[in-house]
Design a protein around this ligand. Structure first.
Ligand code: NDP
Length: 318
């Protein structure tokens, strides 16, 4: 590679070049898998618009290496990190400070370097999750079915509590993680009396029960698993199995946290059944903009540029 190629990064959204120099700082996202991530695309578009000499990278990191990676990135003066699948819960224990919302959710998606030479854990997924729901005209939901109980599902629960839904049924593949998840929610919200009105929250292990009735009776169904995501294990799959979605009622809202591919196979089924569908792109942009604001201290984040960069990415792969 010639030196010029090494020092210039082409920005597709703006058709300008972003110069990486000796003064460029690092920001990025840690996860596994990470190849599907659109975060570098939207963040680098925003950084260029903001004239910030930072570069955002997708950094593959296994669970075993998470602690070492976080320590190393802190030492080399990384300006901020996003944390994604499957590290949002584990990363909590490597934070020396934790924001109140991250304590409530008990998961982090944003790390900010602090003066005590450690990371402050925060969570912008709650705001991100709510963004497309509260911008829609109708966002009064009663009965919610939530698939998955990992790090992002915790933020979804916090968001649903803010929306004052009446009941939430959480379904998951493994009984053990479902039990831990429900115990955690019980301790965080119910025992601490954090709620003015309490939604009824129940858990169902997929091995134990047929969930057809819940699909029929829910007005909002959320996929917080990676199923459907563009990666070798999940691409072109639908949560649970295809047959069960014949129970969908028209008018039900399907919200897939997965944003790549766009739309996912599950959302295509929803469109055919006359459901309202929301993909994960609005959430990605809203949580990303909030993270960037926390790292930079700048309130006015160029959200429009972030969206343009994402739309262009999808237009180019069509
Ligand atoms: P986690 O690893 O923390 O949790 C994954 C959840 O999915 C667990 O409940 C797990 O179940 C379940 N799961 C994983 N694999 C399978 C499988 N093969 N079959 C059935 N269930 C499975 O991940 P996150 O919560 O961090 O992320 C989940 C998804 O949400 C990812 O695709 C991520 O990219 C997306 N996301 C999108 C965001 C956005 O901004 N749009 C923000 C946050 C997340 P079990 O307990 O049995 O292992």
């Amino acid at each position: 590679m010639v030196p010029e190629q090494l020092t210039k990064q082409f920005d597709h959204a703006n058709k300008k070049t972003m110069i990486i120099s000796a003064k460029t700082s690092l920001v990025g996202v840690l996860g596994n898998p990470i190849n599907h991530s659109l975060s570098p695309t939207i963040h680098n578009a925003a950084l260029q618009e903001m004239n910030l000499n930072w570069c955002y990278l997708a950094i593959p990191c296994t669970s075993e290496n998470l602690e070492t990676a976080l320590k190393g990135l802190k030492v080399i003066n990384c300006k901020g990190l996003n944390i994604t699948i499957p590290h949002k819960i584990k990363a909590l224990k490597y934070c020396t400070e934790i924001s109140s919302i991250a304590q409530e959710v008990n998961a982090v998606n944003t790390l900010i370097p602090n003066k005590a030479n450690g990371w402050t854990g925060d969570n912008t997924d709650v705001k991100g999750f709510l963004a497309p729901l509260i911008s829609a005209k109708k966002y009064k939901y009663k009965n919610v079915l939530l698939m998955g109980c990992g790090g992002s599902a915790k933020a979804v629960i916090a968001g649903l509590i803010q929306l004052n839904v009446e009941s939430i049924v959480v379904i998951n593949r493994s009984k053990e993680s479902l039990y831990t998840f429900l115990t955690d929610i019980d301790q965080n919200y119910i025992q601490n009396n954090c709620l003015s009105s309490k939604p009824k929250i129940n858990g169902i292990s997929l091995k134990d029960k047929d969930i057809s009735e819940y699909i029929k009776n829910s007005d909002l169904i959320i996929n917080a698993t990676p199923i459907g995501m563009m990666s070798k294990d999940f691409d072109q799959k639908v949560p649970i199995d295809e047959k069960i979605w014949s129970n969908l009622k028209s008018g039900t809202t399907l919200y897939d946290l997965v944003y790549n591919p766009r739309p996912t196979k599950w959302l295509k089924i929803g469109v055919k059944k006359d459901c309202k569908v929301i993909d994960g792109l609005d959430m990605l942009i809203a949580q990303g903009a909030e993270s960037l604001s926390l790292w930079s201290g700048i309130k006015d984040i160029p959200i429009k540029k972030m969206r343009e960069a994402a739309e262009l990415h999808f237009a180019n792969i069509r």
